[in-house]
Design a protein around this ligand. Structure first.
Ligand code: FAD
Length: 360
């Protein structure tokens, strides 16, 4: 398929940007750019309506706002992304796209230092849990947070992009120079390919690795939201999301590419979740849980942290890399998109030959 970038939008905007990747990160970046008058084309192998595709991460996320980074991690960029995303996602509660929740987190006794969370002064109603609300020796906090229905949310993002005239094209890219040489030549390319960055020729980032996550989606109107990591061997979470559904998890299989369902893990997850909240079952037993589906997704992680970087190439347009967000792509998405907009503006105005790389 030959693509003419000049036709990538129905609008008359001047600068042309190709966003490669249509997961939550690529879509949010595309929306931020389109809202700022860039002409955007989204190219991706998996598109937002491919809700059953395990080839990308976004449909399978929890997706709760629950920061894991410390304030100063990676120069403080992650906590900044999370703050920005929270502020952008919160208004979606009123539209029913996000669900307001009281979240609780529990940790083992050796993780008491985590009670110094950076967001203790940011998340509304952040408080320490009393010992009676925690397993023996564990510590915990509660705070107001939110979740989103991941597959519906990425489709909503696609709808917002459509309203702005952004075109989507299904395309599997094997070599990054394919994008640079599209007819019409884009001014800039954003690489938001998640795990795809590991194998696209010209990127081949071997620091990318999957973190396998298996979950069980159950039907329940419970609003009890728990992230229980006090037993590090058996992390357990329950994330209610819009639509009276609860994502029960979970697993963190580093380097595990296997997307097949493991029944023994599902039983283990449900047993632990049932112990936390028996109301998810009609009769208090595993058999009384209404399972909607079993899910497996691969979090697009990257050793050393996400890559957010403007790269000038010897040939072709500059590329902004935005991938490797691991378990936090939703809760960081809007902060990342704002930083990408800043990089795009720098790329469009700077003399890149003197400053070939800008990392954030
Ligand atoms: P992806 O969603 O993987 O999208 C990558 C895009 O690039 C796709 O469109 C793909 O088709 C495209 N692509 C890749 N290679 C190519 C190629 N060669 N050519 C063309 N296109 C290509 N995050 C949170 O913030 N909160 C949570 O509670 C949370 N819970 C999670 C629970 C589970 C079980 C899982 C699996 C993930 C969870 N995540 C959570 C993580 C979140 O899902 C990811 O961080 C996020 O989806 C990453 O988005 P992305 O756009 O970077 O990548």
């Amino acid at each position: 398929m030959s693509l003419a970038v000049q036709n990538c939008s129905r609008g008359s905007k001047a600068r042309q940007v190709v966003v490669l990747g249509a997961g939550v990160v690529g879509l949010t970046i595309a929306l931020e750019l389109a809202r700022n008058d860039y002409r955007v084309l989204v190219l991706a192998r998996d598109l937002p309506f491919d809700a059953d595709s395990q080839a990308f991460a976004s449909p399978w996320a929890g997706a709760i706002w629950c920061p894991t980074a410390a304030r100063d991690d990676n120069g403080g960029r992650e906590s900044r992304w999370e703050e920005r995303a929270f502020l952008k996602l919160r208004p979606l509660i009123a539209q029913g796209i996000a669900l307001e929740l009281k979240g609780t987190r529990r940790f083992g006794p050796n993780e008491a230092s985590l009670l110094g969370h950076w967001y203790k002064d940011f998340a509304p109603n952040y408080t320490h849990l009393p010992p009676s609300a925690c397993p023996p020796g564990a510590v915990g906090v509660s705070f107001d947070t939110l979740s989103i229905n991941a597959p519906r949310y990425i489709q909503w993002l696609a709808g917002e992009l459509d309203k702005l005239g952004v075109i989507f094209e299904r395309r599997r890219v094997t070599d990054i120079t394919e994008v640079a040489h599209l007819a019409g030549r884009p001014d800039l390319v954003v690489n938001a390919t998640g795990l795809g960055a590991k194998s696209i020729v010209g990127i081949e980032d071997q620091a990318c690795e999957p973190v396998r996550g298996q979950t069980v989606l159950v039907s329940s109107d419970t609003k009890r939201c728990t992230m229980d990591f006090h037993d590090s061997e058996h992390p357990t979470y329950m994330i209610p999301r819009p639509g009276n559904e609860v994502v029960c998890g979970g697993t963190y299989g580093h380097g595990d590419w296997d997307t097949s369902f493991r029944p023994e893990l599902a039983k283990d997850i449900l047993t632990r979740c049932l112990a936390i909240d028996p109301s998810i079952s009609s009769d208090g037993t595993l058999a009384g849980i209404r399972i909607l589906r079993h899910n497996v997704g691969l979090r697009p992680s990257r050793k050393g942290g996400a890559r957010l970087e403007l790269e000038k190439r010897l040939e072709g347009p500059p590329i902004i890399h935005a991938y490797g967000f691991g378990m936090a792509g939703f809760q960081q998405s809007w902060g990342v998109a704002e930083d990408v907009l800043t990089l795009v503006e720098q790329a469009m105005s700077a003399n890149l030959s003197t400053a070939p790389h800008i990392k954030l």
